[in-house]
Design a protein around this ligand. Structure first.
Ligand code: SF4
Length: 76
């Protein structure tokens, strides 16, 4: 468990991180596609049953499972 990434953090702004994927405005975030969240991103590592987990992009910070950023990748 690490501190949560905040939308106001520089690295979050750089990737258009939104703490709640369901609130992403597609007009402002054209890369967003419905249904994509950290929970189903290939860079996410769940932390047990917690609502947040690790992201390979953000060293030292956790992200919310229900969040999204424009670096989302298909799990593989
Ligand atoms: Fe979430 Fe994936 Fe973006 Fe990391 S890269 S913040 S897990 S969508």
């Amino acid at each position: 468990t690490q501190p949560l990434l905040k939308e106001s953090d520089d690295e979050a702004k750089a990737t258009d991180y939104h703490a709640d994927a369901s609130k992403v405005d597609k007009a402002k975030s054209p890369k967003y596609q419905a249904g994509r969240t950290c929970a189903n991103c290939g860079l996410y590592t769940p932390d047990g049953d917690k609502p947040s987990g690790g992201c390979a992009l953000f060293y030292g910070k956790d992200v919310l499972a229900k969040a999204w950023c424009n670096a989302w990748v298909k799990p593989g």
